[in-house]
Design a protein around this ligand. Structure first.
Ligand SMILES: Nc1nc(=O)c2c([nH]1)NC[C@@H]1CN(c3ccc(C(=O)N[C@@H](CCC(=O)O)C(=O)O)cc3)CN21
Ligand SMILES: CC(C)C(=O)C(=O)O
Length: 950
């Protein structure tokens, strides 16, 4: 059955968007699909509709007109389709796919805003006071991009939420110059709304003044209706405040645009979020930049907001996540980022000294709604568009004996095999209007550019089960689904279920963004920051030629470079090299775990692995890594800020470092416990710098991705700073480690400062300091009385001030460690310091249970937990070996031995016979015994050589 005819549509459904949708739909009613979908279809070609609507402002020109006057600018050549033709064209995508599409094409700035900014820059009245330059620069370079981003988000919400979702005054807490307000004004303008109130909250006076001038500029006069004194439409009111003042407005709608990441501390961000929540807006929109700081701000805000959700006052995520659980990307090295294209007005190109006509602006965002998450089961509704209808028609024709040939793109013909899937969908159309908006809360979100290959489309999506999964839509799925998949873009939510099993992605996403842009240290608002923030996010699909999809849905990638150096890793993340990891990877739709086992011959495809018996490892093999990228300090900081515990283990050699590598341990410490644990000394003071370096070399051969730090051993730094620096440099240069741990107090601060100046990461070790065990009268807990606790607390603050990277806290009361962790801005790693630190470290042999007792046969320390009984296992293995060798049971002939062909053996025996008679003649001559056994002492003494080459 085809979708029900329009006459069955209930009146109320048509008006589901009220007046606005009627106005917006206009005459676009020629779409051929079921008319009940019209409320969704009015979003089709949003791209094309945005521009005319903006240009509908009186006296406004299309920006492109403006641009073509400029030096060498050519407007993008779009497809030459007439408006009329567009009107006639039925939508080929399914209504559900249209609803899920986030793409709005290139955003054009409202002419009023362009005029306002241009006036600021070039106008006679423009006061270019030095102190207002930053604000102006931000407006000129950054506001347009931010506007485009917010415009995209509003467009998405317009599809997803019930009409009237944004009634009421809007408060925009803006880190820029009111991108939220500008975008909202424009969006509402499209809906024909007026008499609105806006409050722009901005910290700096210059920023507020500038925004005020932009709004009050006579050129920015809005459309049609009577204007107020300020020159704004109707009774539009503006407030410019430093803090949100909702009491000045009634029911408010709240957004915070590009503001969170500009707040200096974690706690100030948390306060900001609480403030927003207190404003009792039904929705909260948070937007920030797509850099590590922006992502950290947004993802932390998400965690915080969801933790503030209670059964009485529930909150849920509207976008981008299809769930309210933990974000699967937090803790990975990926950002949940999206991108919006902007058509650059001339002032943007001039400010940025670039002739490029458009730019892609990266962003991260979060939209929170009050109330419980809408629940709705996935139906089959709304899954058929023009393509599906066409296919169904073909099927009917086929049954009626008509042609089965179908014209495909490029003018060729192919046989059409109409899948029952298309038809099955037809029969399930219910007479009720489908609640696609409810369903859309569950549709997976494309968190990377879809990979469109011939015959299939691969998507990395975030799913309701809080996992990032790779799903595939092959051509054989159904015409409609395949069509929708090919039209999907990064950021969309996708309504169709894949046929083949999805594979969980535990590794990096395939991204088109620069692999690692570190924004740290770039001053806000600087040229560098602007260009970093705005460039480098091309939108589009990632086309790869090297991936093959086989019958079972197994995709195999062969990477160009098999090396594992950190530089090649990040290089291969780049789109041009086409592979997310430097190792070849096989994703099977059946297996969910990509983890490789220790000592597995990773780097080779399983099917090519020559022998299942292979039990030894060659140290020159690339280590079997998890495919993750090198752990950096900013990643560790990110983990700490998200309260994701950092894992750290000691390692002393290749096998122990390989364990951490394979198990995804974040940090590896080449501790001087090595002295006791590996070298059998009774104290840590006995190990030398030379020995430390020797072991660091082995560790860094095995652990490629963890952050690796090592102890400055006792005696290598105390005498003077120069010695300390020299020793540190040797550890880094020869041992290839990343950072230095130093036991000590105030006296090591000058060394910490100096190392910091040279860019050497340092980790002071406070609390119990084993190098001082003798003077402390043993391995005793530290900081148990208030004075000693205060000493350690003060010391930790001084260490942070001195510029250390992290602090290691050993054997101190857990409350003290938590307090220190809370009050510092750097991560803390604890051992015997409770779980309030940013991370934990233990000695690997303690974790493995290598020695049943503690150190030197003593009781194990209170903080040690054996997570295995490796010691017992080792003894069992060695006892078994001894027993079997003694009893002759090892090695077993035939199973554990090598054979020789019979004729070879006979030949060999003949050779022996020959050489035996030959050597016996020699030994007779040289005085050897008949058995040809020993060399006579006299001969050796005389210094003469024998046939054995002695
Ligand atoms: N295998 C091993 N594990 C370690 O954690 C470790 C080493 N070796 N060698 C270097 C230092 C020495 N460490 C130690 C050793 C013993 C205790 C210990 O037994 N502490 C007592 C505290 C008694 C008290 O102060 O009340 C305990 O009972 O936990 C603490 C830290 C930590 N380090
Ligand atoms: C116990 C850890 C923290 C250590 O200092 C070491 O391994 O030397």
């Amino acid at each position: 059955m085809l979708p029900r005819p329009a006459r069955l549509v209930r009146q109320s459904h048509l008006s589901c968007r009220g007046l606005a949708s009627a106005v917006r739909l206009g005459t676009r009613t020629t779409v051929q699909v079921d008319e009940s979908y019209l409320p969704f279809l009015h979003h089709v070609d949003a791209t094309r509709r945005l521009a005319p609507l903006q240009s509908a402002l009186p006296e406004a020109q299309l920006v492109t007109d403006n641009l073509s006057l400029e030096d060498g600018f050519q407007p993008l050549a779009g497809p030459q389709i007439s408006e009329e033709e567009l009107e006639r064209r039925p939508e080929r995508r399914s209504p559900a796919a249209v609803l899920g599409s986030k793409r709005i094409g290139s955003v054009i700035l409202p002419q009023a805003l362009i005029d306002g900014v241009q006036r600021e820059i070039y106008g006679e009245k423009s006061e270019l006071l030095p102190s207002s330059e930053t604000a102006l620069a931000k407006v000129a370079a950054i506001l347009p991009g931010q506007y485009a981003v917010v415009r995209n988000i509003l467009n998405e919400l317009d599809k997803r939420l019930e009409s009237g979702w944004m009634d009421g005054p809007v408060i925009d807490v803006s880190g820029g110059s009111g991108a939220g307000i500008w975008a909202t004004m424009d969006y509402r303008d499209q809906l024909g709304l007026k008499d609105m109130e806006y409050q722009l909250v901005h910290a700096s006076k210059h920023g507020r003044d500038l925004a005020k001038r932009l709004v009050n500029n006579p050129n920015t006069m809005r459309t049609s209706n009577e204007t107020s004194e300020s020159g704004l439409p109707g009774n539009t009111k503006f407030l410019f405040t430093m803090k949100p003042s909702p009491e000045l407005l009634s029911k408010v709608f709240v957004m915070s645009t590009f503001h969170l990441s500009t707040l200096p501390t974690v706690s100030s961000r948390k306060v900001h979020i609480r403030q927003l929540l207190s404003l009792s807006s039904s929705y909260i929109i948070l937007v920030d930049r797509a850099n590590p700081a922006g992502w950290e701000a947004i993802s932390s805000a998400r965690t915080q907001l969801l933790s503030l959700s209670t059964p009485e006052n529930p909150l849920h995520v509207i976008a981008p996540c299809p769930h309210d659980g933990p974000c699967p990307l937090v803790g990975l090295r990926d950002i949940c980022g999206f991108s919006q294209r902007l058509q650059r007005p001339s002032f943007v190109r001039k400010t940025k000294h670039s002739k490029r006509g458009d730019e892609d602006v990266g962003y991260t965002y979060l939209v929170i709604g009050r109330g419980p998450r809408p629940v709705s089961v996935n139906s089959n509704e709304g899954r058929i568009g023009g393509v599906g209808l066409e296919a169904a028609q073909k099927e009917r024709d086929k049954k009626a004996g008509k042609s089965e040939l179908h014209r495909v793109e490029g003018g060729e013909y192919e046989m059409v095999s109409l899948l029952p899937h298309d038809l099955a969908l037809d029969t399930t159309q219910s007479p009720e209007i489908p609640d696609l908006r409810g369903e859309a809360y569950r549709w997976p979100r494309l968190v990377a550019a879809p990979m469109k290959r011939s015959g299939h489309v691969i998507m990395d999506v975030c799913c309701t089960d809080e996992k990032i999964k790779r799903i595939i839509f092959a051509k054989s799925h159904s015409k409609q689904v395949y069509h929708d998949a090919r039209k999907a873009t990064w950021g969309d939510i996708f309504p169709h279920e894949p046929k083949s099993k999805s594979v969980e992605r535990t590794r990096g996403l395939r991204r088109l963004m620069p692999a690692e842009v570190d924004f740290d240290g770039v001053p806000m608002g600087s040229e560098a920051e602007m260009s970093l923030a705005m460039e480098g996010w091309p939108v589009g699909e990632l086309v790869e030629g090297d991936g093959e999809l086989d019958e079972d849905g197994i995709i195999t990638y062969q990477s160009p470079s098999p090396t594992l150096s950190s530089s090649s890793l990040s290089q291969s993340e780049r789109p041009s090299s086409g592979s997310s990891s430097s190792e070849p990877a096989t994703f099977s739709s059946g297996s969910s775990s990509l983890a490789s086992s220790l000592f597995s011959s990773n780097g080779q495809r399983r099917e090519f692995s020559s022998s299942s018996r292979r039990s030894s490892v060659h140290p020159t093999d690339p280590p079997p890594g998890s495919g993750r990228r090198k752990v950096t300090i900013s990643h560790l900081r990110h983990l700490a800020s998200q309260s994701i515990p950092i894992t750290c283990l000691t390692a002393y050699d290749y096998p122990t470092s390989l364990i951490s590598e394979t198990c995804g341990v974040d940090m590896v410490l080449v501790g001087d416990s090595l002295s006791q644990v590996c070298l059998g000394h009774s104290t840590t003071t006995q190990i030398t710098l030379e020995e430390m370096i020797h072991h660091c070399k082995a560790v860094t051969r095995g652990a490629k991705t963890p952050f690796i730090f090592a102890d400055l051993p006792f005696g290598s730094f105390e005498s003077d700073i120069t010695t300390g620096i020299k020793s540190s440099i040797r550890l880094i240069k020869e041992g290839l480690i990343d950072g230095i741990k130093i036991e000590g107090g105030e006296e090591i601060i000058p060394l910490i400062k100096q190392l910091n100046k040279f860019g050497i990461p340092t980790i002071p070790h406070l609390g119990l300091q084993p190098q001082r065990a003798i003077s402390l009268s043993g391995y005793l807990v530290q900081g148990r009385d208030s004075l000693k606790a205060f000493d350690i607390y003060e010391l930790s603050k001084k260490m942070e001030l001195a510029g250390c990277t992290m602090i290691l806290l050993e054997a101190i009361p857990h409350k003290l460690a938590s307090k220190i962790t809370n009050d510092l801005n750097i991560p803390t790693i604890g051992i015997g310091a409770g779980n309030g630190t940013s991370g934990q470290v233990l000695v690997i042999s303690d974790v493995l249970g290598m020695y049943e007792e503690g150190l030197g046969g003593k009781q194990k320390a209170k903080f040690v937990r054996h997570f295995g009984e490796v010691g017992k296992e080792m003894r069992k293995a060695v006892e078994g070996y001894v027993k079997e060798v003694k009893s002759g049971g090892f090695p077993k002939q035939g199973e554990e031995t090598y054979s020789m062909k019979k004729e070879e053996w006979l030949g060999f025996e003949k050779l022996i016979e020959g050489s035996a008679s030959f050597s016996s003649s020699i030994s007779k001559r040289e005085g050897r015994g008949e058995e040809g056994g020993e060399i006579s002492r006299e001969m050796v003494k005389e210094g003469e050589s024998t046939e054995d080459g002695q």
